[in-house]
Write a protein that binds this ligand. Structure first.
Ligand code: HPA
Length: 238
């Protein structure tokens, strides 16, 4: 049944869904990386498509920015459309000298200042982690493609414009690789519903140096990351 935020009919989403933040990125992924892609939803311009990649049925949906938006779409995909594997593909800001612009990161875990997982976990600290098989499949897919990846913790922030400047140093000291805004929420939704999730990121900006990538570079590294994510889903299914 269509949900408040998705107008697809039952069966129109695949069990594997890529989740970029930007709906136009979802459209780009569908037209560039998938075969026979069809649009299945457009409520609020959150565009969703289903097609095939190397013979595997896969969907892609623009899930918006931040944990609340991503969590709404992830939850409705799982509850109403039977999604079982959710892979976020997005950008992040590096918080350390040894993570550079354009690096590809696999978020094995996600810290957060959001309280969503405490709400799910009786007020206690829930360790929001990626599914190990998806994580391993992505690491293997990246190695095969010659894409270097870093695996580690990220920080899912509720504030893009965070006034706590000291937080960058704290993240760096605690081994966090980068800041983004959705992974901890996605991993919480996956845990709550017994499904599997992974976040794959490219570094679009650097919080210590203030550098950021050009639009062209962003597109190219984005496509590299999408291929890693799609190949990971194929490997994981096989
Ligand atoms: N903060 C949060 N999310 C992000 C950033 C950032 O600096 N860069 C890309 N996504």
């Amino acid at each position: 049944m269509p949900t408040p935020h998705l107008s697809a009919e039952p069966g129109q989403f695949a069990e594997a869904v890529l989740l970029p933040g930007d709906p136009l990125r979802a459209q780009h992924i569908a037209s560039t990386h998938l075969e026979d892609a069809e649009q299945v939803t457009a409520v609020r311009n959150a565009l969703g498509f289903t097609g095939t990649y190397r013979g595997m049925r896969v969907s892609v949906l623009g899930a918006g920015m931040g944990i609340p938006s991503a969590s709404i779409y992830a939850t409705e995909l799982v509850r109403e459309y039977g999604a079982r594997r959710l892979v976020r593909v997005g950008s992040c800001g590096s918080v350390r000298d040894d993570v550079a612009l354009r690096d590809v990161l696999l978020a094995s875990g996600a810290c957060t200042d959001s309280t969503v997982n405490r709400a799910r976990y009786g007020g206690l600290d829930f360790a929001a982690i990626a599914d190990f098989d998806l994580l391993r499949a992505a690491a293997d897919a990246a190695a095969e493609q010659g894409v270097a990846v870093r695996v580690g913790n990220v920080h899912s922030s509720d504030l893009f414009y965070d006034p706590r400047a000291w937080l960058v140093e704290t993240m760096e000291r605690m081994g966090v690789l980068a800041v983004e805004m959705e992974a901890a929420g996605l991993y919480g939704v996956a845990a709550e519903h017994g499904v599997r999730a992974l976040t794959v990121l490219t570094v679009s900006d650097h919080l210590k140096t203030g550098e950021h990538v050009s639009a062209d570079d962003r597109q190219r590294t984005f496509d590299d990351m999408v291929r890693v994510a799609l190949d990971a889903l194929v490997r994981d299914a096989g």
